[in-house]
Design a protein around this ligand. Structure first.
Ligand code: ADP
Ligand code: MG
Length: 509
């Protein structure tokens, strides 16, 4: 049984109630969640897998630990609705409220001696049966209580050992060159996900000093921060984009996503400052910024264009593929691929960022996890089937096909900036010549669905065997029939082949 259950044991003379929480404050029981608006809440307690959870309401529960130590736990309530009917309700030990993060700043106090109320008994039989039943109940509850205390002890022990190991690693790596590198490479990660244990994530996050704002996106700001002398990127989400932060945190912490061409995750943190909630996502910092930024400044030799393209394709192929086994990962579709969501690393390889809208799929369970984000992708990069709303939203492959459409547009942005025979074009976003700035859904639909336009491929590419290969690939990303488009793996292999051709010295007879 999952859910919240609070049991009372009257501990005789002291009259103090021992509150035992049985398997409460869990998150991830969405299968049992009744439909309705969901809120995001702070999750603090041994059963939390993330520092946040989602449910129908947020809760705070006061629990008496061993040694009479009172402990507040925070979490989400999604079943057992009678507990929080008429919310927000407040009883001495259990608080419920129904807006996001409303449980962050609440503090519960245990009033003096409190005894549970029993309904008054009528007649003689209850008088006799009463003490017997009470005794029986005490024995049962006592046994349950003991069992639960043991369980909690075990959980606490494993939590403490996890923390102990982490802080050891934190100290040990202080002598190394890159504390971050050491920390992330160590066995200290959570095992299932790409992240560090949550308490370490929180510790890291709270040691970051914000230095300068390096970017403003649709949903928040990105700062360069310093952690023990190393630059990190801190994405500060606006509260209206809480779902993107939640989704990205969830994916990084449950899926093993360490890959050279996927933005490296360091920590996620949520803090309450001056009664507002701050949502942070800390990742590796890349001083070249996004591919969009990079292409504004740089023209590319074909070799560099291919390097950027193949590395981005490797990142996308890794996202899209399902890997089986304990070190595996579900297939992931990005759903907001664009040059602003691809970053350029110092080795001039790309990495894919912003998983706030991603969907996941596992073949074995045929489980499609779409998340709970009202955000939609960027209109300029939307595939025709998204614009005319014919996409099969229940089919995972459909989402991968929309990524491929967008990937073709990113390739087009790259090739325009590639020098062929001394010629190069200015940076322009896809469809710059046919839609206004910040195009509407209708603008895009007219161009992409009604007129069936695709971006113009520069003529000069035809003169170069390698770049004409890229041009052909773009066309195959833009087939109106989504299932006819190339796969990320095919794109990766084709660009790799094109790169090999470029690197081979030409034999002149
Ligand atoms: P949003 O998702 O809100 O649109 P972005 O992820 O696009 O925000 O980030 C905004 C900008 O911040 C990017 O275009 C890029 O210039 C910069 N940026 C984002 N992440 C990083 C990072 N890890 N390192 C360096 N710059 C970054
Ligand atoms: Mg973004």
């Amino acid at each position: 049984m999952k859910g919240q259950m609070t049991m009372y044991l009257d501990s005789g003379r002291s009259g103090i109630l021992i509150l035992l929480m049985a398997l409460g404050m869990t998150q991830g029981d969405s299968s049992k969640t009744p439909p309705g608006p969901r809120v995001t809440c702070t999750c603090q307690g041994p059963t939390c897998q993330l520092p946040i959870c989602q449910g129908i309401w947020c809760t705070v529960v006061l629990v008496r630990e061993e040694g009479n130590h009172l402990q507040e736990y925070r979490g989400c309530g999604s079943i057992n609705p009678e507990v929080c009917r008429g919310q927000p309700t407040e009883v001495f030990h259990h608080y419920c409220c129904s807006s996001s993060f409303c449980n962050s700043n609440v503090s519960l106090k245990l009033e003096a001696t409190q005894t549970p109320e029993y309904p008054e008994a009528d007649g003689q039989l209850p008088l006799i049966l009463g003490p017997v039943l009470a005794l029986l109940a005490l024995v049962v509850l006592g046994t349950l209580g003991l069992w639960h205390v043991r369980r909690r002890q075990e959980k606490h022990r494993s939590l403490l050992s996890e923390l102990g190991e982490s802080s050891l690693i934190l100290k040990a790596s202080e002598q190394g060159d890159s504390m971050l590198g050491d920390l992330l490479d160590s066995d200290c990660t959570t095992g299932s996900g790409s992240g560090l244990p949550f308490l370490v994530q929180r510790t890291v996050a709270r040691q970051v000093a914000l230095m300068e704002c390096v970017g403003k996106g649709r949903y928040g700001e990105v700062w360069r921060g310093l952690w023990h002398g190393e630059s990190v990127a801190v994405k500060i989400f606006s509260s209206r984009d809480e779902q993107s932060w939640f989704r990205e945190t969830e994916i990084y912490n449950t899926v093993l996503l360490r890959h050279d061409n996927i933005l490296g995750f360091i920590a996620s943190d949520m803090t309450s400052r001056n009664s507002s909630t701050q949502l942070w996502l800390i990742t590796h910092y890349h001083e070249h910024g996004s591919l969009y930024d990079f292409l504004q400044r740089q023209t590319l030799e074909p070799q560099l264009a291919l390097r950027l393209a193949v590395s981005a394709a490797c990142g996308l192929a890794h996202l899209h593929v399902e890997i089986f086994g304990t070190q595996g990962k579900p297939a992931i579709a990005h759903r907001d691929l664009k040059s602003r969501n691809v970053l350029v690393k110092s080795n001039l390889q790309c990495c894919i960022a912003d998983l706030g809208l991603a969907v996941m799929h596992s073949q074995g369970s045929d489980y499609l996890d779409i998340g709970n984000n009202p955000r939609v992708g960027t209109k300029r990069y939307m595939a025709p089937e998204v614009l005319d709303e014919k996409i099969r939203t229940d089919c995972f492959e459909s989402y991968k096909w929309t990524d491929i459409w967008a990937f073709g547009l990113v390739l087009w942005e790259i090739v325009r900036r590639t020098i062929v025979n001394g010629i190069v074009e200015d940076y322009r976003p896809p469809f710059y010549d046919v839609v206004p700035n910040d195009p509407s859904f209708e603008d895009m639909k007219k161009v992409v669905c009604v007129d069936q336009q695709t971006p113009t491929i520069p003529n000069r590419l035809a003169a170069d065997p390698v770049l004409s290969g890229l041009a052909q690939m773009m066309r195959e990303c833009w087939y109106p029939n989504p299932s006819a488009r190339l796969t990320a793996l095919r794109i990766k292999k084709t660009i790799q082949k094109l790169s090999n051709n470029l690197e081979k010295p030409k034999v002149i007879h």
